[in-house]
Design a protein around this ligand. Structure first.
Ligand SMILES: [Zn+2]
Length: 262
């Protein structure tokens, strides 16, 4: 099955650009179906209240149960102290399969990584070029899988994409998605050096066209089994079925207890 690992859905509450205003899925869903995409992972647009945005996303996912899977979005700074509880709600009540964090909101925190570890779900973290952060994440949280969208930079930062490729090679728990990557040879280099197991097809829909983005994957001209990994096999392996990991120390137990008390 072909899975698009990166798409936005729902209303933002800003008015800066499409990214914080609205991510309507109508055209996307038609285009994805025509491109043979079986499932799409969706997360909210930028929002000032991600508890509300995640709840809206849950309604959108519920309206397309055979097409969509949800990832919860959290703001590492303004949701501080509530992340565990938000992720518990997202996984248990909404059936979400991962977490999305954007450094434009705030840099990722231990609280977010620990929630991902607790629920055994991946984090799609847009580093906006802050490549060095990956070193800390990968080593401090070896049980958590991190997906770095746009190979590290939607803004075509060649240095960042080159740096992310190094991390893909070195860290078993670091992955990247193909969405919005324009420099095709950077993508080709990432696959050659890190292997097809480390790259995930993503479109950055609804703002980018899923078939246009998928054409890049076909253009890699990989053996069929490697192309299948990028087009869906890898992300299916990473999202698995979320299930609670039993707390292994006092700090994790207290966090878990607090989440359930909330
Ligand atoms: Zn995006």
């Amino acid at each position: 099955m072909i899975v698009d690992c990166h798409c936005h859905a729902g209303k933002g509450d800003g008015l800066t650009g499409p990214w914080d205003t609205d991510a309507p899925l109508g055209d996307y869903l038609r285009r994805a179906a025509a491109a043979g995409i079986g499932r799409t992972i969706v997360f909210p647009a930028f929002h000032s209240n991600y508890a509300r945005a995640n709840a809206e996303l849950a309604r959108i996912v519920a309206a397309h149960p055979r097409r969509l899977w949800g990832f919860a979005m959290v703001h590492p700074a303004s949701d501080r102290g509530h992340v565990t509880e938000m992720i518990a709600t997202a996984v248990e009540r909404y059936g979400f399969r991962g977490i999305k964090v954007h450094r434009h909101d705030a840099p990722i925190t231990r609280e977010v990584c620990e929630a991902a570890r607790t629920w055994r779900i991946p984090i799609l973290y847009d580093i906006t070029g802050d490549v060095a952060a990956i070193e800390l994440l990968a080593k401090e949280y070896p049980e958590v899988n991190f997906i770095i969208p746009h190979l590290g930079s939607f803004a075509d930062d060649w240095r960042a994409q080159l740096g992310v490729t190094d991390h893909l090679v070195r860290h078993p728990n670091v992955y990247a998605d193909t969405s919005g990557v324009r420099r095709f040879d950077m993508l080709l280099q990432a696959v050659r050096r890190a292997g097809a197991r480390k790259i995930l097809f993503g479109s950055d829909g609804p703002w980018l066209h899923p078939a246009v983005e998928m054409a890049k994957v076909h253009a890699l001209r990989l053996p069929a089994h490697e192309e299948r990994l990028i087009l869906g096999g890898n992300v299916l392996r990473l999202i698995g079925t979320p299930h609670r990991r039993e707390p292994t120390n006092g700090r994790e137990r207290r966090a878990a207890a607090a989440a359930y008390a909330a």
